[in-house]
Write a protein that binds this ligand. Sequence first.
Ligand SMILES: O=C(O)[C@H](O)CO
Length: 332
Amino acid sequence: MNSSPSLTGDGATNTITTSNKRSSSDLPPLLVLRPLSDAWSAALSAKFTVISPSSPLSTSTRAALVSAAYNKVDPAFLDQYPSLQCIATTSIGVDHIDLEECWRRGIQVATVGEIFTNDVADYAVGLLIDVSRRITMSDRYVRNGLWMSQGDYPLGSKLGGKHVGIVGLGSIGSAIARRLEAFGCKISYVSRKPKPNVKYKYIPNIYDLATESDILVVACSLTKETHHIVNKQVLQALGKEGIVINIGRGANIDEPELVRCLVQGEIKGVGLDVFENEPNIPKELFEMGNVVLTAHQSVFTPEAISDIIQVCIANFEAVFAGKPLLTPVVAD
Ligand SMILES: O=C(O)[C@H](O)CO
């Protein structure tokens, strides 16, 4: 009878138990740090011996699966797992991973590649239409019975013809730009350098971008350079009629300044899927009508989750076979 580790879970926590149903001794060990749903558990356990950080095997494992934000990969974490050769994160953002340190130690890092691109772009456009046409606000108005007592809700603004400034024209920013172009928006962008073969107007400075824009869409990754890239001056340059959409990372925006600008009417409205200290959200935002708030979910569709599982497995199989990763993070 074989008694080997397998992973069970309620979708929120990992638990190692013993099973006599099958042997996993010939399956490569995979250290898993993120919570696993049943679908994740089944898919990973079929290919790997899934081990938890508390398992004695974990220090000698070669590959690890981590998730965005809530598994910080820093030198202290890496010291615990000296045999790691590869880390795959279930995110596109890698701000929770000390990449330089990983590379210094010869550890490869993989993301989910472009799996989320279209879903996030759809969501960003959804937030933008919601804020500019006041859909959620009008919904609250109707639900609260105010239509009858107070009459028609104030009109939202037309999207076509608006000047949209995209902060970060990577794959997600580009997908947002393509969608907004179809709505008749004029697109400009800021990024470290102009993108080759791109027809949108490149503006090297975010202040100038904000000055020229009606709407700013934050779609950049979080780095030292982009931390609080949308600050007081940028928000003031955007102006009283300006709208901000953020599907990047909360810390791309100086959140207290954003709240202050909203309170003082220095910008018109925001659609935020990400926050500086998730899941803590400044309480002032709850009181405001001109904001749409969602719970960092622009990336998640059931279809995308299924694709993430497949790409993570493919990356680990490549590592264990000594082949290149499918979706590596590369130094730029
Ligand atoms: O980076 C990502 O993939 C998303 O924001 C989920 O964390």
